[in-house]
Structures are given as structure tokens and as C-alpha cells.
Design a protein around this ligand. Structure first.
Ligand SMILES: *[C@@H]1O[C@H](CO)[C@@H](O)[C@H](O)[C@H]1NC(C)=O
Ligand SMILES: *[C@@H]1O[C@H](CO)[C@@H](O)[C@H](O)[C@H]1NC(C)=O
Ligand SMILES: *[C@@H]1O[C@H](CO)[C@@H](O)[C@H](O)[C@H]1NC(C)=O
Length: 457
């Protein structure tokens, strides 16, 4: 994510350089000896058995990139394209793709200068990797199509590269394939979704605790002995955070003090069960983070070049089922944080549940308070419920039934980000505003009102 923000430049280690050069040497030998190897001296997909003459190997790779640049929709933002480029460079730097050092360095120069290709967000089935988006990424580097840089804005790729003193990449045998067969769009968007989900999860605990305080709930349900008997890491951690945020012997809350002797034994689930519900969201984000971490540091290319064995081997590392499933699951988990939050907004706005002024506003009627802000929350949560239908349960056979099972991970990644964006709006922007509203503070601080000042959480 930090690479995406443009906070870093990229440099190859000498170890990576050595591996890249060795793998390329093997590839050059294969070409010289006229061996038949998938994607190097043959067509692609269904055309895997069509052998291509050596004189046309460069054209073969250029045709591949041009014909596969068939995506559509809005372009990825510069931040997201930068992540995509960084991840593709990382794959190639592992030295199993057979890219030449020259081409890899040209990509790094483009990254360093923020010369970013036009990459439309739609059109990957996420099985033979993210073919369309990665082809668009490669196309720009070849000096074709559009490109963006901070200096030039959007312009023809050829001129953008020229303006930065860079030469368009001239593809050698296999290099087109090396640039496009992998899961980097799914995983770059996935990395952003995970990062933002973590920030939301932290906020969600704090906001829920604050809501419980305002609604005069009890802290009994967060007793460590209860959670020790069901020791899921997320649940334990969230309960512990609630204990540290809410009334305790060390940190007395005046609000809690004001209703210490009330007859309430337990609260509604949206408050009482936060450790259990937020807990699994927390654990799921961790689970997804681990999968994305492995994925962004993997070689997902095909065929793979093993210089030390003197072999190239066709495999299936480009298949996106891992990140696709993980990101479907991430959306489901993060959605729950908003789903339970929306119910708490209802409890805050509904006077029969809150014992606070309706919609938390003075002179209700003249003022509508948070009446419609609650509707916004309900609409976002409802939209997320549709977006949480997992995309990876789908698959459509492509490439004349050779690529007959695909992950649909591109959509899993894009919609996990959309769910995260909605939850972000609701949990991180809207809800703190509601809980902290002037009216809540006024009522809670009014010495004649039923409750006293807020605790210092
Ligand atoms: C990516 O690799 C797989 C596995 O060999 C292959 O089936 C697919 O055709 C490749 N993609 C392209 C564009 O060649
Ligand atoms: C990219 O920038 C870094 C930092 O300035 C530099 O060390 C590296 O050599 C550059 N890489 C290329 C290929 O220009
Ligand atoms: C819960 O989320 C926080 C914040 O992202 C993280 O630091 C912590 O490791 C997570 N806990 C577990 C058990 O995954």
C-alpha cells in the first residue's frame, strides 16, 4: 500500500539480478535450440500446440499483449496501478519468469518515475492470472495506449515515456507472457482492502464501546473469565479492549456510576456480543492478510523457469482461487462490523430504546436530527449484503475450454474494496458523529438529566 502511495522507489538486489539473468540465459538457449515450449515458441491458450517460427517470436509477444488488452471500465487510480506494477516487478524479480534484466529495469524505471499505464478495472476472470489488466499495464510500457504521470497527466504512452527520458520496452521471446500471467490485480486491490479493513476493525471496537457507554450498558459480559472459556484470539482481544476502554476499578466512568444499581442484567446482542462478532471479523482479517502476504510474495507466472534445473515447467500458480476466496471472505467479515453498527445506530436514535431524545436532537420535529443519517447507514448495509454474495463461487470456462475453471477473483477484489469503502463511511465517519453528537453530550452532561458526564474513554 505504501508503494502504491508512491512513498518508495524500487531497487533490485544483486541476488535478484543474478537469478533473473540466469533464468533468461536458459530461455535464450531454449529459443536458440528451437525447442517447443509453451508460450515461448508456441501460441497461447487453445493455440498451445501451434509452433511459431523463431523469426516471429517478437511479433508473437507483441500480438499477445495487444490482443489481450481487452479490458474495459474506469482506469485504476494511479495509487492502484502503482501497486499493480510493484507487485508484477516483485514476481519477475524472483527469477522464475525468464524476463530479461533489461526489460525488468525498464519497468523499475517506469515505476520510479511514476509512469503508469491505463489499466481498465474490468475484464479479468482471474484464472490465467489477471490477463487483461496486466496486458494493459504491459501495453503502456511498450509505448502504446495511454499512460499517466504526475508531470504529464494522461497522454499517449509513447510521449509520457519520452518526457521522462525512458525508452519503450521492446519485447523479447516469452516476455509478453512473463508480464501478464499472474494474480497481481486481485492481490494489489486485496492488499488495500486488508489494510483499510484493519483500520476499520480498530475503530469499530472503540465506537462500539462508546455506544455502550452512552446507552448505559453493562460491562459484565466482557469479564475475562467468560472469554477464557472460548479462547478465539479475536474474541479474547476485543473483550480485552472493551475492558480497557470501559468502566473499571482503575478507570471509573461517571456514566457507569450513575446506573450502577439499575436492574439491567444483560444488554441486547449488538452490545453484549461485540467480542464474539467483532472478534471473528478481527480473526478473518488476519487470515486474509496471511493469504495475501503469501500471494504478493509468490511467483505466479507460467510457465516457470528453473535455471538451476535447466528446465521450464508449466504449472498453475497463476490461478486466482486463493486470493479470490480470501477476499470474498474479507468482504463478509468486514460487512458484519457495519451490519451490527447500523443496529446500534437504531438503538441510539430510537427513544424507546435509548432513553435519549428521538434522533438525538433538541426540539425534535423542528429538527430531524439523525433520522436520515440512519437511513444512509441502512442503505449502505443493504447494498453490502448484495455485494457479499461470493464471486468465487462462480466460474465460466474460457479459451475454448482449456482454461475451463476460473476464480472470478478480480470482482472479488473490487467488491471487497467497495464493501470496505461502505463500512468505512458508516463505522469510521458516520457513527462516531452520531455517538458524539452535541445532543448526546448535552443530555449526558445535564446535571438534571438522568445521567452524568461521560467517562474519559
Ligand atoms: C497462462 O498460463 C496458463 C497455464 O499454462 C495457460 O493455460 C494460459 O494460456 C496462460 N495465459 C496465456 C495468455 O498464455
Ligand atoms: C529506482 O530508484 C532507486 C532510488 O532512487 C534507485 O536506487 C534505483 O537504481 C532506481 N532503479 C532504476 C532501475 O532506475
Ligand atoms: C485484531 O486486529 C488488530 C488491529 O488490526 C490487530 O493488531 C490484531 O492482531 C488482531 N487480532 C487478532 C487476534 O487477529
Amino acid at each position: 500500500v505504501n508503494l502504491g502511495r508512491g512513498l518508495y522507489k524500487i531497487k533490485l538486489t544483486s541476488e535478484a539480478e543474478r537469478k533473473v539473468v540466469q533464468a533468461r540465459e536458459l530461455l535464450d538457449t531454449i529459443v536458440k535450440e528451437n525447442k517447443v515450449v509453451y508460450g515461448i515458441t508456441t501460441g497461447f491458450g487453445k493455440f498451445a500446440r501451434t509452433v511459431i517460427p523463431v523469426s516471429k517470436l517478437k511479433e508473437l509477444q507483441e500480438n499477445l499483449v495487444r490482443s489481450h488488452s481487452a479490458g474495459l471500465g474506469n482506469p485504476l487510480s494511479p495509487e492502484r496501478t502503482r501497486m499493480l506494477l510493484a507487485l508484477r516487478i516483485n514476481v519477475l524479480a524472483k527469477g522464475h519468469s525468464g524476463i530479461s534484466l533489461e526489460t525488468l529495469l525498464a519497468m523499475i524505471q517506469a515505476f520510479n518515475a511514476s509512469c503508469l499505464s491505463f489499466v481498465p478495472e474490468k475484464g479479468t476472470v482471474g484464472a490465467s492470472g489477471d490477463l487483461a489488466p496486466l496486458s494493459h499495464l504491459a501495453l503502456g510500457l511498450m509505448g502504446e495506449g495511454k499512460m499517466w504521470s504526475p508531470k504529464s497527466g494522461w497522454a499517449d504512452a509513447k510521449y509520457v515515456l519520452e518526457a521522462h527520458g525512458l525508452k519503450p520496452v521492446s519485447l523479447k521471446p516469452k516476455e509478453g507472457l512473463a508480464l501478464i500471467n499472474g494474480t497481481q490485480m486481485i492481490t494489489s486491490l486485496g492488499a488495500e482492502a486488508v489494510e483499510r479493513a484493519q483500520a476499520i476493525a480498530r475503530q469499530a471496537d472503540i465506537i462500539a464501546a462508546l455506544t455502550l457507554e452512552v446507552l448505559k450498558g453493562t460491562t459484565k459480559a466482557f469479564d475475562s473469565d467468560i472469554h477464557a472459556l472460548r479462547p478465539h484470539p479475536g474474541q479474547i482481544e476485543v473483550a480485552q479492549r472493551f475492558r480497557s476502554l470501559l468502566d473499571s476499578d482503575h478507570h471509573l466512568s461517571e456514566i457507569a456510576e450513575s446506573h450502577r444499581f439499575c436492574d439491567r442484567v444483560q444488554d441486547a446482542y449488538t452490545m453484549r456480543c461485540c467480542p464474539q462478532v467483532h472478534g471473528i471479523a478481527n480473526d478473518t482479517i488476519k487470515f486474509v492478510q496471511d493469504i495475501i502476504n503469501v500471494e504478493i510474495n509468490s511467483a505466479t507466472d507460467n510457465p516457470m523457469v528453473f535455471a538451476e534445473r535447466g528446465e521450464t515447467i508449466s504449472g498453475g500458480n497463476f490461478h486466482g482461487e486463493y486470493p479470490a476466496k480470501a477476499l470474498d471472505f474479507l468482504a463478509i467479515a468486514v460487512h458484519e462490523l457495519a451490519s451490527i453498527s447500523e443496529r446500534r445506530i437504531e438503538r441510539l436514535c430510537n427513544p424507546s430504546l435509548s432513553e435519549l431524545p428521538a434522533f438525538l436532537v433538541n426540539e425534535g420535529g423542528l429538527n430531524s436530527g439523525f433520522m436520515i443519517a440512519h437511513c444512509t447507514a441502512a442503505a449502505l448495509v443493504s447494498e453490502n449484503k448484495v455485494l457479499c454474495h461470493p464471486s468465487s463461487v462462480d466460474s465460466l470456462s474460457t479459451s475454448a475450454a482449456t482454461e475451463d475453471h476460473v476464480s472470478m477473483g478480480g470482482w472479488a477484489a473490487r467488491k471487497s474494496l467497495r464493501v470496505v469503502e461502505h463500512v468505512d463511511v458508516l463505522c469510521v465517519r458516520l457513527l462516531p458523529f452520531v455517538v458524539n453528537s452535541e445532543e448526546v453530550c448535552r443530555v449526558l452532561q445535564d446535571p438534571n438529566a438522568e445521567v452524568l458526564a461521560m467517562g474519559d474513554i
